[in-house]
Design a protein around this ligand. Structure first.
Ligand SMILES: NC(=O)c1ccc[n+]([C@@H]2O[C@H](COP(=O)([O-])OP(=O)(O)OC[C@H]3O[C@@H](n4cnc5c(N)ncnc54)[C@H](O)[C@@H]3O)[C@@H](O)[C@H]2O)c1
Length: 284
């Protein structure tokens, strides 16, 4: 979607971090933006931020796991702007623990927000985007953790792998509808993700302990003995806008992770050879 000025975007988790950065990049390009988020304080500061500008922005309190609330948000967005062209299914939470310690509440919270939230955004807005015929774009926020398994991140990786899989599939399904798809898979970005427990409902364990036990500080993080630079959210906002305008499906922003993905791909390739050999040997 090259020409984005005047188009309407709906962004979940849009009141902080990556979602807010997308809202800023989009409004900078002349788009109208509906921001949905569950956190009151972040919504209030976002409201103030955009009140000071001429940008056409509405904000609304929405829990992405609540399908009725998503439908209300859809109606509110259509009432304000008439149409929706871009949906960014971005709201997400992170939690780390060894798989042996993972409770149902841990699993349910992460899967509900990170996976169901994306599904709900897709189903809620699909008919609108397809029917107006002006083209559109879905941006699903996954993570580099949706590209290879990382320690102590089973639920997070599981949810993000699922988002990548859904995105790959929907990209094919929507190819003839003039609707683009991008899947955002960043590495480290300086946001509030390490304090995700602030939005953890009581039913899913509540805000009683840090969701991320490992909470690195500073701009450099070490993964597998390698230094990883954190990025600023504003850069990701601009990158997402570029991806929409230039029909880029994969948004893998942190090349430091390339060797880990290559290692995974090699292991998968080796597995084909191993089992082919097995099948020939056993005649199956
Ligand atoms: N920051 C990173 O390093 C990083 C890396 C890879 C992927 N991501 C992904 O980026 C996305 C955005 O996260 P972020 O880094 O900006 O973190 P963030 O915590 O700054 O922003 C997440 C936003 O989602 C909102 N949210 C949480 N639960 C919600 C719910 N149930 N309904 C609606 N909104 C909800 C929060 O209020 C918050 O505004 C997430 O999906 C995250 O997994 C982040």
């Amino acid at each position: 979607m090259k020409d984005v000025a005047g188009r309407v975007a709906f962004i979940t988790g849009g009141a902080s971090g990556l979602g807010l950065a997308m809202a800023q990049s989009f409004t900078g390009a002349g788009m109208k933006v509906a921001i949905a988020d569950v956190e009151d304080a972040a919504l209030e500061s976002t409201r103030q931020l955009f009140d000071e500008s001429n940008a056409e922005v509405i904000t609304m309190k929405v829990d992405v796991t609540d399908r009725d609330a998503m439908e209300e948000a859809r109606q509110q967005t259509l009432a304000a702007f008439g149409k929706v062209h871009v949906v960014c299914n971005n709201a997400g939470v992170a939690l780390n623990d060894n798989i042996a310690e993972m409770t149902y509440k841990n699993w349910d919270w992460v899967m509900k927000v990170n996976l169901d939230g994306v599904i709900n955004g897709i189903v809620t807005f699909m008919d609108d985007i397809r029917s107006h015929g002006e083209g559109g774009h879905f941006v699903n926020t996954a993570s580099i953790a949706g590209q290879y398994g990382m320690p102590n991140l089973s639920a997070y990786c599981g949810s993000k792998f699922a988002v990548v899989g859904i995105s790959e599939s929907m990209r094919i399904d929507l190819a003839d509808d003039n609707i683009g798809v991008s899947v955002l898979c960043p590495g480290f970005v300086e946001t509030g993700i390490y304090k995700s427990e602030r939005n953890r409902p009581a039913a899913f364990g509540g805000n009683v302990a840090p969701a991320m036990k490992e909470r690195p500080d500073g701009a450099v993080r070490i993964v597998d003995g390698q230094e990883m630079q954190t990025m600023q959210p504003s850069a990701i906002g601009d990158i997402v806008l570029h991806a929409i305008q230039n029909e880029q499906f994969y948004i893998l922003t942190h090349s430091e992770f390339e060797s880990s993905l290559t290692k995974r791909a090699q292991e998968i390739q080796d597995s084909f050879a191993y089992w082919q050999n097995y099948r020939e040997k056993h005649n199956v």
